[in-house]
Structure formats: C-alpha cells, structure tokens
Ligand binder design. Sequence first.
Ligand code: 5AD
Ligand code: SF4
Length: 459
Amino acid sequence: MLATVDNKKKYSIITYGCQMNFSDSEVVSSILNSNGYQSSDNYINSDLILLNTCSIREKAEITIRKKLESFKKLKKKNTNLKIGVLGCMAERLKEKFLIEEKIVDLVVGPDAYRDIPNLLEEIEIGNSAVNVILSKDETYDNIDPSRLDSNGISAFVSITRGCDNMCTFCVVPFTRGRERSRDPKSIIKEILKLKNDGYKEITLLGQNVDSYLWYGGGLKKDFKNASELQKKSSLSFSKLLNLMADNFKNMRIRFTTSNPQDMSEDVLNVMAKHKNICKHIHLPVQSGSDKILRLMNRKHTVSDYKELIGNIKKIIPDCGISHDMITGFPNENDDDHKMTLELMDYVKYDFGFMFKYSQRPGTSAYKKFDDNVPEKVKQKRLEEIIDLQQKHSFMNLKNYVGKSCEVLIEKESKKSNKYWCGRNDQNIMVVFPKKNHKPGDFVNIEINDNTSTTLIGTS
Ligand code: 5AD
Ligand code: SF4
C-alpha cells in the first residue's frame, strides 16, 4: 500500500516544457484530488511523483532523464514511492520507458489522464501501467483544473489539443495527436469559475489556436464530413474570441499560439474591437528563408508572413509581436541565415524564443534530412539572432519611456520586495513601486526607464 497522511496519499507533479503541459498538470491534479490523493509541494515526502515531460528538443529529454536518475536514491529510501511519467516523452517512448528507466512505474500519454486512478490501482497489484492511447475527442472539458503554483490572477484555459500542421521538425503531432477543439460551453464555464474566484486574466491555449473550430466535437480534419447543420452552426476562433470578450468584459483575454497560415483578418478585427483582448500576438515564423520554410513544411512564405505582419500593424497599430525561430535546420546556409536576420530586421519583434535545431526521432525531417549544419555554426547563428533580438527588444521598449500603460499587478518583483510586477497589454513585464496597490489591481504606470526585457515606471 502507498503510505497515507490523513488517509490521503500524497503526490507531487513536476512539469517541464510548454504552457500546455502546465495546463495539463492542473487537469491531472484535479483528477487525483477527486480520487483520494492530496497534493504536496515537497516531492521528497510524496508517495507518488509525476513528471509531466517535454520532447520538443533533445535537451529537454536529457534534463528529464537526469531528474529521473536523481530519484533512484529516493526510491531506495522509500520502497513504496511510485514514479510516473506523463506527457510527450511518455507518448514518444511508450512501454520502452519502463525498460529504459527501471525506476518508472507508470507511463501515461497526454490523452489518457482520466485513466490515472485505474493505472495506479494496477501498479498496486504489481501490474505494469501504461496508457498512451491518443484520442479523437478528448479535451478534458468537464474537468475543473486545480490551479497549481497560481498567483490567483491569471490562468490558462485550454481550447484546442493536438496539431495537424506536421511541420517536419516537430514531434508534437506525434505526441499530442490530431487537432480537436473544446466545447465553447465548457470554456465559458471554466472562465466563469475563474472570474468568481477572483482571476483577472485568462490565456486561451492551444498548439494552434487560430485553427479552433467547434462543430459539435471530433477531429478538425473530419469537419469536411460534418452535416450541413453542423457546418452552419460551427464556431471559428474569431467567433470564440468575440464571444469570450463580450461575456467577460472585466477580464483580460490573451491567446497563444498563433500560426501564420491560420491567422485570419477576422481575428485581428475582433482584437481591435475589444479593449479587453490584449494586443499581443505570438507568431512563430521559424525561418526567414522560403527554401527552409518549404523544407519545414510550413504552409506560408516569407512574403505571406510579411503581409500578415503588415495587416496586424494596420489593424492594431500598437500590437506587440513575438516569435519562435529555429536556427541550423538541415541545409540552412549562410544566405538562409542572412534572410532570417533580414526578416527580424523587417518585423522588429518585441521578444522571441530562439532555438538551435534538434533532430527528433520519428519526425519527417529526421527521416528525410541529414542534420548537416555543424554544431558550431548553429551556435554562432543562434548567438547572432539572439543579439539582434536583444537590440530590437531594447529599442522597442525604449519607445515606451515617457508614455503610460495599463498594468495588471501579478506579484512582487523578484529583484525587490518594494516593487510589484505585472504585464502591460503587449505582454511586456513592468516593474514599479508598490505604493497602496495590490495584486489583481489594474494600474496606470508612467514608464521612465527600460532594459531589453522590462519596463520600469511609477504609478
Ligand atoms: N528543434 C528546435 N526547436 C524546435 N521547436 C519545435 N521543434 C523543434 C526542434 N525539433 C520550436 C519551434 C516551436 C517551439 C515551440 O519550439 O520554434 O515553435
Ligand atoms: Fe509543431 Fe508546427 Fe504544430 Fe507548432 S504548428 S506544434 S511547430 S507541428
């Protein structure tokens, strides 16, 4: 038997990777809480440790394996301790995990979390416990997530799962399955609960939110077979966004991640129309070279992307724009890299997440292309794009100095307990003296200084 405290077994979830994983951990926590488990902040004393894992780059997997290695001692001390692996690595490696990492008792893929209580019972009677079945319709829509590590002010609300885009470098379509959307009624119910609990900001979450499509449930790719009635009454992302902004006028609404090929002008118009939709778009481009975009199976060209950026700036002039970029993709030469730098110069992003290409087993880039850009070259190119981004970020943030912006206070600044921090509409962190304000307040801040990542001001 697992040890008990107050008759409840204690569990800890350690989450790696993207916001979707953090959101999923809250679903898992809710499932465990309603099945007689109790969450613990300290995994050292837990009966069950769950690692919600990420496979996006090899480095992420290495970090997780090291963490698992560190549990060996714990398991020797506490022979009742059970260890589970959830998320993308569980889905990618499946049963192999139990063999490769002998200390793992439980392997559960992203669509099988409802089965965790049954799987835990299986472990108790000495059976192996693996469920990595991907689903056509699972969206966990009737589960009220238990907010973990929450500031009580902003929360993620997942609206789609999976991805159908099949970018050649990306493991996500294999680990998270096909794309499906969540019932808008359950989205509203979740946000209503957050509002009643005092939350002030929600971020609608999905691998590709702009491709949200509700037609009564089921895979996005099966929409073509839907009935005429279903098609007529279907809800697109722009309609969903409009609905949420109308229903929750006193809450800030954000969304991520957008995909250039799916972002419609309708979405931009809805953003422009509603004051409570934050003016920030995270718009990964991955490369500034058409040749590389083709090899990546991105469904947009550089010129499509520039046109979209032009539309954003026209419809929402004060919109913050951020990006994801991969450097050193197979066959990327100096000219392709130069084109990436040129695109960055053209857009002048506010911030970005930049990565060296990491070959992922099972993806079509892994099957079709040699990972032929030497590590040193990848590193040098990465440093160049990071330097350029820092220059742009500093320049863009400098433009705020002398102006004022509305900030939602989230928490105490890490640097000083005399300062609050929160984000402005454009998702830029702002730090300012506390005065009489408190977390959850919306305050107008006069900006008087900046770094490349933070605005500094006073109310
Ligand atoms: N190598 C490097 N970066 C990757 N990403 C996705 N797959 C890979 C990979 N194989 C990056 C992309 C994506 C972000 C979430 O992670 O930029 O937008
Ligand atoms: Fe991966 Fe491309 Fe889907 Fe993003 S859009 S999750 S990069 S396949």
